[in-house]
Design a protein around this ligand. Structure first.
Ligand code: SAH
Length: 462
């Protein structure tokens, strides 16, 4: 009979894995314990906090034998902030953890045999320089501490408690000064930060984006008010930023940004360069957060697409058209699809600004736009493209989208994914529908966090 674990029971565990939230996982006779703060390789003493039928949560009482991969976390809020779960691991160990995660998901959830994976799995692309200060975007929630002082920082894991953090080591050092000036403006004019429980106050979040290529800053305040109070005074304080705006979000929601934004100073967009292309980015558009790694990711996607110059290509979930335009430079025609209208506005301007004439963009959900296009354009060669690139959010591809891709029957599908589990699920479906997994390469876009990006090539079976 299996042992039943009880609350407060103490046990020794060897941590062998990390869960999706970065918690350490240790097993006793196959029964998993999830322990926050424990790292793979650690031998620990743990106290059971909650025991379920098939798993249990436990707290870290003491590290008996530290993992050889443990390092001193560089940030003072590591462990409390929900962002950087892997700061206590050496960068090499972080890369191994991520690479193994992609491999194991493809094996277990994707049904790809290990012999096949061993043959095609390419080494993870890590950062060549110190993996800090790599982010070009940060979103700081604002609130108050117990004493009524304005605070900003990041959410603790799983909750919306704000862990104050003035200088996030993943983001630009200049952000601190910008945030201080915003706090000064709030104090001077009695502008309150948002209170999530009471749904009162004004400043909910501050978004800061930096263009690494042009050294420009974009600041957007997300407010719980119809209009920004004392707007001119904020402009005075932040006159050096390239783009200053606010976005109204008066909803009782976890979504950060509102549906639109109003520019009050400078340009509505900032520019950045990836490779030889220049991109306009507006506050509401998705834009990859790690520009150094993005270039490697896009080059890999482009390499996997094997373009000779005469191909027809779809780029689904195209954002501001970054991948689309890289592809367009090497193909006959590219069509991009994206659900956020402002991102498509950016994409069209980006094509124009880079003198790219063979890219067309559609606003809408990929799972609606693609089937409609397929049904209504029977004489068009875009319904049987050579390549389809997809880069969906974490939930992966919708089944209608997969069905249409299979019907369109491209020679190659390049799948860029930020979630190895949904990627594996979708790879399995493609493999059951006439495709073969040919290449896989993880890319570390988010050092110190548990997230990993992957590029896969699926080819139509002969
Ligand atoms: N390829 C782009 C964006 C990838 S992020 C880049 O590298 O920058 C995923 C994008 O999918 C986001 O821009 C998001 O707005 C968009 N999106 C989310 N759901 C969508 C859907 N159902 N159909 C089309 N686009 C969607």
């Amino acid at each position: 009979m299996t042992h039943e674990y009880k609350k407060n029971e103490e046990l020794e565990l060897r941590i062998t894995d990390l869960g999706s939230e970065g918690e350490g996982i240790g097993k006793i006779e196959g029964f998993p314990f999830f322990v926050k703060g424990a790292l793979p390789g650690d031998k620990i003493l743990a106290g059971v906090t909650k025991a379920k039928k098939n798993y249990a949560f436990a707290r870290l009482i003491k590290v008996i034998e530290p993992s050889p991969d443990r390092v001193e976390p560089p940030c003072h809020v590591a462990g409390r902030c929900g962002g950087c779960r892997l700061q206590g691991l050496s960068y090499e160990a972080q890369l191994k953890f991520k690479s193994d995660k992609v491999y194991n998901d493809l094996l277990r959830l994707g049904g790809v045999p290990s012999e096949k994976l061993d043959e095609i799995f390419e080494p993870i692309m890590g950062m060549d320089s110190t993996p800090l200060r790599y982010r070009n975007k940060a979103q700081y929630p604002f609130g108050k501490d117990k004493n009524g002082n304005i605070i900003y920082g990041f959410y603790a894991g799983r909750t919306h408690d704000i862990i104050p953090c003035e200088d996030c080591l993943l983001s630009s050092p200049e952000n601190k000064d910008i945030l201080e000036r915003i706090v000064l403006w709030m104090k001077e004019f009695g502008i309150e930060p948002y209170d999530e429980r009471l749904h009162t106050g004004v400043v909910r979040h501050v978004l800061i984006r930096k263009s690494f290529a042009f050294d420009e800053f974009m600041v957007c305040l997300v407010i719980n008010a119809k209009k920004l109070p004392h707007e001119e005074k904020l402009i005075e304080k932040l006159s050096d930023v390239a783009s200053l705006s606010y976005s109204v979000n008066t909803e009782d929601t976890n979504v950060i940004m509102g549906d639109s934004y109003t520019t009050i100073h400078g340009n509505p967009v900032i520019r950045d360069r990836i490779g030889d292309l220049i991109f306009n980015i507006s506050p509401l558009s998705f834009y990859q957060v790690n520009p150094v790694q993005t270039e490697k990711l896009y080059k890999t996607a482009l390499e996997y697409a094997e373009l000779k110059g005469n191909e027809t290509v779809w780029d689904l979930y195209c954002g501001i058209g970054t991948i689309s335009l890289f592809l367009a430079c090497n193909a006959k025609k590219v069509c991009g699809v994206e659900i956020v209208p402002q991102a498509i506005d950016d994409a069209k301007k980006n094509a124009e600004n880079n003198d790219i004439l063979n890219a067309e963009f559609f606003v809408g959900a990929a799972e609606e736009v693609l089937p409609e296009y397929y049904a209504n354009n029977s004489s068009d060669d875009m319904i049987h493209p050579d390549v389809i690139v997809v880069d969906p959010p974490r939930k992966g591809l919708d089944s209608v989208c997969i069905d249409t891709i299979v019907k369109m029957s491209p020679e190659r599908i390049v799948y860029v994914s930020c979630d190895p589990a949904t990627l594996s699920r979708d790879v399995k479906i493609f493999c059951e529908n006439g495709y073969e997994l040919k290449r896989v390469r993880p890319c570390d876009m988010f050092p110190m966090t548990v997230h990993v990006e992957t590029v896969c090539l699926l080819s139509k079976k002969p």
